[in-house]
Design a protein around this ligand. Structure first.
Ligand SMILES: [Zn+2]
Ligand SMILES: [Zn+2]
Ligand SMILES: [Zn+2]
Length: 394
């Protein structure tokens, strides 16, 4: 059962999804439903022996393409709607023990391409008003499957957090004739105290108004509303800065840091959002290596966050945490922008090596190699998706 119930007090939708109670809960690694299906072993969600990135529809979705009839009738006060939408799972890698932080930049760049593709395809559906790309990582966040994966929710409405951002951005645009986020980027770049990492295209900073001690936002320097507006260089730059931030997170306390990652971008309801600015937000729950921040009375009851740290100080800590630059230590590229070509070439070389090990040839030319990889991924995940559809049809 799943439906949308309107809260007339807070003026927001709540999704009921009772079937989610039966979700697979911390299966042993041998029975991971997101690993490739190995010969002679139990079948998993992915009927293939290996894969790079796979996207499929969540088995326990909060939204469905063909939603059930709501369990109760709605009226004026208590509005009810079918929960029509789509929930997808994105498997980052076939390696059970991997993570985004340990992925090569070239693999993260491939994921950025997949995100772009999903945003475009899901967003083009007439009943999808908002595409939320996110990742919940770690047991502390309540993740039930360890295998590295993210999720995509295609909402039939614009959810309240992005809606609030859109409203404030629109007001700023109207009153100042400027983008709110561009102003924030300018301020952070000039100030410098809250910057965690940066490259040509992106700035990663602990926001001035951080709710969580190690909250980090990644913003493109150029005014772009969604992934669809990114150039090739920007897609690569995003992968690069994600890798650096995630490595810093894992090095912060010496263990893979749990986090929630969400991507905020223009809604897909057919309207124009010239005043909005794409960004990614990370909320790690850790205050220290051993203490978590809980959303208690003040946060849950009043909506006001109490941050036990100063963003200027946590940003300085993250800035000093390896890798400190983009980055010989990552093995991906040198420290300066002038090394860019060389760094990219190296990443490509690694990727080719991997593909060659898979028994597939990589292109000689750097550009060709990269394109080849993308096409291959798209093709493969399409194949896997087809196979899954067949499986469901039976
Ligand atoms: Zn697995
Ligand atoms: Zn902007
Ligand atoms: Zn945001």
């Amino acid at each position: 059962m799943s439906e949308l119930r309107w809260n007339p007090v807070l003026e927001e939708w709540v999704v009921t999804a009772t079937h989610r109670q039966e979700r697979t809960y911390h299966p042993p690694a041998d029975f991971c439903p997101l690993c490739p299906t190995r010969l002679g072993a139990h079948p998993t969600e992915v009927p293939a022996e290996d894969y790079e990135i796979v996207v499929f529809e969540n088995k326990f979705p909060s939204f469905r393409r063909m939603p059930h009839k709501p369990s109760v009738e709605g009226d004026d006060l208590y509005q009810v709607r079918p929960s029509k939408g789509i929930c997808e799972v994105v498997l980052y890698s076939s390696k059970h023990n991997g993570s985004l932080a340990t992925s090569d930049v070239v693999d993260i760049a491939r994921l950025v391409d997949v995100w772009t593709d999903r945003y475009e395809e899901l967003g083009s559906l007439d009943y999808v008003d908002y595409v939320l790309i996110f990742e919940n990582k770690g047991e502390a966040i309540g993740v039930t499957l360890e295998h590295p994966h993210g999720q995509i929710y295609a909402f039939p409405f614009i959810p309240p957090r992005p809606a609030r951002e859109l409203e404030s951005a629109a007001r700023h645009w109207d009153s100042k004739a400027r983008c709110l986020f561009c102003d924030i980027i300018e301020r952070e770049a000039a100030d410098g105290r809250r910057i965690v990492a940066q490259n040509d295209g992106f700035l990663a900073a602990v926001p001035f108004f951080a709710r969580y001690p190690y909250e980090v936002h990644i913003l493109p320097r150029r005014h772009v509303a969604s992934l669809l507006d990114f150039s090739d260089d920007e897609r690569w730059g995003l992968a690069e800065i994600l890798k650096v931030v995630l490595q810093k997170y894992d090095n912060l306390f010496g263990f893979p840091l749990p986090y929630i990652m969400v991507m905020h971008q223009a809604p897909t309801d057919g309207r124009e959002y010239p005043y909005y600015h794409y960004h990614i937000e990370f909320y790690p729950p850790n205050r220290t290596a051993t203490k978590l921040k809980y959303l208690a009375g003040c946060e849950s009851g009043a909506g006001t966050f109490i941050n036990d740290t100063l963003p200027e100080e946590t940003a300085a800590t993250l800035r000093a945490t390896a890798p400190c630059k983009l980055d010989p230590a990552c093995g991906e590229r040198g420290a300066g922008a002038e090394d860019r070509g060389e760094g990219r070439g190296k990443g490509e070389g690694d990727a080719k090596g991997e593909r060659a090990a898979d028994g597939e040839a990589g292109g000689e030319d750097v550009g060709e190699g990269r394109d080849g990889g993308e096409a291959h991924v798209g093709e493969r995940s399409a194949k896997v998706k087809e196979a899954r559809r067949d499986m469901h049809a039976q």
